[in-house]
Ligand binder design. Structure first.
Ligand code: SF4
Length: 216
């Protein structure tokens, strides 16, 4: 286990014992996040839902399937990126998390951002957008006003993070208009993502295919 993995297991262990906000009373499993700790891209959503709470993994329900599809049709394997939420325990009846719960959980969110140290941070929905923009000292309005472009900011000591706000995939499940906006935002995310890896807008199936192809 290297130092990143060690730090990650410490964060997971702290979250699993956490009772800093009332959400701990409702969780079956905490949902710290998952993916590559070495990724240049971190995606941050709102809160675990029923499926996530049962599995202890983020984005595994219908919204998660859509998120995975949005990434993978663009050649980005879900396992290549890191995914978490602003709160790590499920709010009752899938209500939105309260500001004080997001604040209570921010210690872990900040630790995760520092650990992954991403070049690109994608915020999914209003709660994640507001939280990250406040960390970066940039005024947040709402997702519909802020989406469609990227913002460079220093976040928790990491310089020049490219923050890309977009809708939460759950909002697109039954709204074809939001779905097409999300598709267009993920086209932009893909461009920046592959640029970060210095491979431009490649047509190869996935970044891993590209890297593995280069070794042959
Ligand atoms: S949501 Fe975050 S702060 Fe609240 S109990 Fe869970 S881990 Fe702790």
């Amino acid at each position: 286990m290297d130092s990143k993995e060690l730090l990650w297991s410490e964060i997971v262990s702290r979250i699993s014992r956490c009772s800093k906000c009332d959400l701990h009373k409702y969780r079956t499993n905490p949902v710290p996040g998952e993916g590559s700790l070495y990724s240049k891209m971190l995606l941050i959503g709102e809160a675990p839902g029923k499926n996530e709470d049962e599995e202890g993994r983020p984005f595994v329900g219908a919204a998660g399937k859509l998120l995975t599809e949005l990434l993978e049709v663009r050649g980005i394997k879900r396992s290549e990126v890191f995914i978490t939420n602003v709160v790590k325990c499920r709010p009752p009846n899938n209500r939105e998390p309260y500001d004080e719960e997001i604040r209570a959980c921010s210690e872990y969110t900040v630790s995760i951002i520092k650990l992954v140290s991403p070049k690109i941070l994608v915020t999914l929905g209003n709660h994640a957008g507001k939280f990250i923009f406040e960390l970066g000292g940039v005024r947040w309005i709402n997702v519909s006003r802020m989406r469609g472009r990227s913002y460079k900011m220093d976040i928790v000591g990491i310089k020049d993070v490219l923050v890309i706000p977009t809708y939460h995939p759950a909002t697109a499940l039954y709204n074809p208009n939001i779905r097409s906006v999300l598709e267009s935002d993920f086209d932009m995310i893909k461009e920046y993502y592959f640029m970060e890896y210095g491979v431009g807008s490649i047509k190869r199936k996935t970044l891993l295919d590209f890297l593995e192809g280069g070794r042959h």
